[in-house]
Design a protein around this ligand. Structure first.
Ligand SMILES: Nc1ncnc2c1ncn2[C@@H]1O[C@H](COP(=O)(O)OP(=O)(O)O)[C@@H](O)[C@H]1O
Ligand SMILES: Nc1ccn([C@@H]2O[C@H](COP(=O)(O)OP(=O)(O)O)[C@@H](O)[C@H]2O)c(=O)n1
Length: 224
């Protein structure tokens, strides 16, 4: 197997970004954070006065922003209309509004096409992380992983990143976002039938990375 495509899905705080970046760096693959793309389009909607609760308004504006993702796992980047969006997409406002924007089918089809074209052009292969990569974006991925963890572990990890954040409030917000992402009509957060589920609650990040690298190696050996 020359080039390998790895899909890593799961809810917030399960370790998708940290695992995907490290696995891609170790194996010399590209890396794509699809959540950052949905956050970027949400940031553009907010900055341009689009009411994110108005699905029709969001759909009408969806093709306007130009979103570009840099796929080096050592230095992933994201720009919107040429402006660096890495900071602004992580605000609480974007986090609270992203599920509404990402549920709009027009947004999903545009971003899905963008993701497929990035995956196609990755010379040595790519690790793509998100919510619907194994089910919808790249159903033919060589390896699909679905990460899970208890809500308590996920909230503790997330609030550890946000200075002064209350673990209880973080847990409630996270559960609300999972519910919205899992219940939307168009490509909801879901485990693909052929994905390997890894519960990261009691694993260190290094153990999760090791587990995924081993699974990729096994796939490569089997394909020889
Ligand atoms: N297995 C783990 N054990 C402890 N902390 C972890 C583990 N995996 C990730 N983390 C930490 O949890 C936080 C969220 O991880 P991240 O990779 O951003 O998750 P996701 O992309 O699924 O939202 C980060 O601060 C990361 O360092
Ligand atoms: N493939 C994807 C990735 C993210 N998303 C949406 O984008 C949001 C932000 O994703 P993220 O991966 O940045 O979220 P965190 O897990 O990092 O908090 C999710 O809550 C989903 O609403 C999606 O719909 N499909």
């Amino acid at each position: 197997m020359e080039s390998v495509i790895v899909a890593i899905d799961g809810p917030s705080g399960t370790g998708k970004s940290s695992t995907s970046k490290a696995v891609a760096a170790k194996l010399g693959l590209s890396y794509l954070d699809t959540g950052a793309q949905y956050r970027a389009i949400t940031w553009w909607m907010i900055s341009n006065g689009v009411d994110v609760t108005d699905a029709e308004a969001v759909a009408n504006a969806a093709s306007k922003p130009v979103i570009v993702s840099g796929t080096d796992p050592g230095r992933p980047t994201i720009t919107v209309d040429g402006a660096d969006a890495a900071g602004p997409i992580r605000t609480e406002e974007v986090t609270s509004k992203v599920s509404a924007v990402s549920a709009v089918p027009e947004v999903r089809s545009l971003i899905t096409e963008l993701q497929r074209s990035i995956a196609r052009s990755a010379e040595h292969g790519i690790v793509v992380e998100g919510r619907d990569i194994g089910t919808t974006v790249l159903p033919d991925a060589d390896l699909k992983i679905f990460l899970t963890a208890s809500p308590e572990a996920r909230a503790a990890r997330r609030s550890g990143e946000l200075k002064g954040a209350d673990v209880h409030a973080t847990k409630e917000a996270l559960i609300k976002r999972d519910a919205a992402d899992s219940s939307r009509k168009t490509s909801p957060l879901a485990k693909a039938g052929d994905a390997v589920e890894v519960d990261t609650t009691d694993l260190t990040l290094d153990q999760v990375i090791e587990c995924v690298v081993t699974l990729v190696d096994e796939k490569r050996t089997a394909a020889k």
